[in-house]
Ligand binder design. Sequence first.
Ligand code: S3P
Length: 431
Amino acid sequence: MALRAPDSSSGLRGRCSVPGDKAISHRAALFSTLALGESRIEGYSTAADCRASLAAVRALGGGVLNVAGELVLRPPSWSVGSSVEPLEIDCSRSGTTMRLLTGLLAGRPQAFRLDGDPQLLRRPMARVAEPVRSMGARVELSAAGTAPLLIRGGDLHGITHRPEVASAQVKSAVLLAGLQARGETVVEERLATRDHTERLLAMMGARLERESAGGSALIRVMAGPLQPLILQIPGDASSAAVIAAAAALVPGSDIVIEGVSLNPTRIGFLEVLVRMGAEVDIEVSESPDSLEPSGTVHVRQRQLRAVRVGAGEVPDLIDELPLLGLLATQAEGVSQVTGAAELRVKESDRIKGLVDGLRALGADAEEQTDGFVVVGGTTLLGGVCDSLGDHRLAMTFTLAGLISRQPTRVLGREFIPDSFPGFDECLGGLL
Ligand code: S3P
């Protein structure tokens, strides 16, 4: 589907919803394998990445049934495999699937081989392998610290882990291993990351405590029985951010996104949009103590101003930083993102990919080791930009095409459904 640039006088208009939250969907599928009975999930994401987690549940012997739009997840029997060959699990392109599985399988006395697409096999896995090894699991990686990852789980003991990088995936892997370990496992995060794992495990009745102070967090977990999940997953916060960015970018836009996750650890991008001058109204529809707050986001386009984002804010908008780079091209002043070196090890090197792509369209942008600088007030001329097979870059460059003077061709748009199936239809419905 070709997206046409909107009529400059009207911009994007209307209401829309986005697929179920990707981060919550992965966790619902994988955590259900540890529950004492069948979990029931509404709103599970249809993203390709989340299908990889369902495939993993099946590979482990769990049941995945779609009953009248609701996903019914039956945990595996977890009987020890008789084969000496490791059980193969294909994680496709999903880093969340592979990293969370590493923690989940660390307590199982059986061998597993976690494999995936070439893109995933380039990403760092030592960050999850090392802590679960120190808990007692055997994990083998390539010399470069990448998958295929061979894991033989076993008798685990609790540890205190202070991740070197702010990563919700690392935290989640250690907590999942901790649920199967003797004694207490503690994760101390210097910078708190998205807290879906803590919320879902608490909902399942896990013995878990979380303390947070001044941007950091400490989570303790102990082994114990887990109840099945009964869950309605709200719309994906990061997909909503793409639509919000489109509205903030295209003159005259006024849109509403309904039923979206408003988890405070996921709305950093909306907060930055407000700082940049967009008009953003957030309405929480669930009671504040519900598992995952959700509601509507109303965005009206206004002249944007430059923004600075530093390390402390990065975890709450890590996946939205490419969008921020694009918006910065249209803001008054020079924007800068620092403390975001993690972007270099996502589905692509997102710092290089973003800067190269924006420059190909005529923007004034520069790479820095741990972020980027973008000069605002530029006209995007259009051209060809390569999303490097990265769904988030592909969506960012597609939005750039909405305001570029000449047509913009984005290479790698076929990967957009990794996180946002129906993106073209959703955006097209507002044009
Ligand atoms: C995710 C955490 C983030 C994010 C990724 C999903 C998660 O990764 O970039 O898209 O679901 O926990 P890191 O934990 O590696 O920062």
